[in-house]
Design a protein. Structure first.
Length: 251
């Protein structure tokens, strides 16, 4: 049973304090909807968990199955089972999608994956995500549309099979059809090999497709309200103003 524990996390970026004591626990099989107004630290939290060096942790802890995540390098975090589908995936010229994925998969194994198995799995995944066949041979995200980049993050997630996956606004830039493809792929993964899943999205409709077991609102660097999927509907209907009044935080 994978368990990611974030306790009293304080993070600053370029000298500015963004997270101010954030506590959150994510277990295998759970889907957490992470909401909150823009600029309150959702992406900062995910970047800090993944080990982006821009994000400085001044206090608190992050553990994965009791192991100190903060002591790990980025690649070690990835090998330990953490995955981040980024809000703005970067383009890497000169590295093909298949080279990138094969290296990442092999880094997680004792022996390299047989080339034939890898190709078959990659082809299957590309098909499931309804992407163009040449995807494997294209440079990582180079010249991809916004929607293609987001779908490619899901291709990576499906191939890497993380134990804890975090998806940052994975639905932005997707049209209605792509949205369904992405949501169904995530749901299917949760059924077949349950992960601890954290989803950031501004769209209640997308969140609800993923059947969240937990929902949280992050305001001013802390989680101020937690609940179940009914919280997603409440935010959708009423926005964040009520939180400001009820919890005396500045939204
Ligand atoms: P959210 O994802 O909730 O919209 P972010 O975590 O992206 O919020 O941003 C929280 C705050 O941290 C914002 O004020 C943002 O400008 C600042 N911030 C985040 N990342 C960086 C960065 N790499 N450099 C400078 N400021 C940043
Ligand atoms: Mg934002
Ligand atoms: Mg963000």
């Amino acid at each position: 049973m994978s368990c990611l524990k974030i306790d009293n996390l304080h993070v600053d970026v370029e000298g500015k304090q963004i997270l101010k004591g954030l506590t959150l626990e994510i277990n295998e099989g759970e889907t957490h909807a992470l909401m909150g107004p823009n600029g309150n630290g959702k992406s900062t939290l995910l970047a800090a968990i993944m080990g982006n060096p821009k994000y400085h942790i001044s206090e608190g802890s992050i553990t994965l199955d009791g192991k100190d995540v903060l002591a790990m390098e980025v690649d070690e975090r990835s090998k330990a089972g953490l995955f981040l589908g980024m809000q703005y995936p970067s383009e890497i010229s000169g590295v093909t999608n298949s080279d990138f994925l094969r290296a990442a998969i092999n880094a997680r194994r004792e022996r390299p994956i047989p080339l034939f198995s890898f190709i078959k799995e990659m082809e299957k995944t590309i098909k499931e995500m309804e992407m163009k066949e040449d995807l494997a041979h294209r440079f990582l995200n180079e010249g991809f549309s916004g929607g293609e980049k987001k779908r490619n993050e899901i291709v990576q997630m499906k191939m890497l099979k993380p134990s804890i996956a975090m998806l940052d606004e994975i639905d932005s830039g997707l049209d209605v059809d792509a949205l369904k493809i992405v949501a169904n792929a995530i749901l299917k993964m949760q059924e077949e090999k349950p992960m601890g899943l954290v989803v950031v999205s501004h769209y209640a409709r997308f969140m609800q497709l993923l059947k969240p077991t937990h929902a949280h609102v992050l305001v001013d660097g802390r989680i101020v309200v937690s609940g179940g999927s009914e919280l997603v509907d409440k935010i959708d209907a009423q926005g964040y103003d009520w939180i400001e009044k009820e919890y005396q935080v500045h939204v």
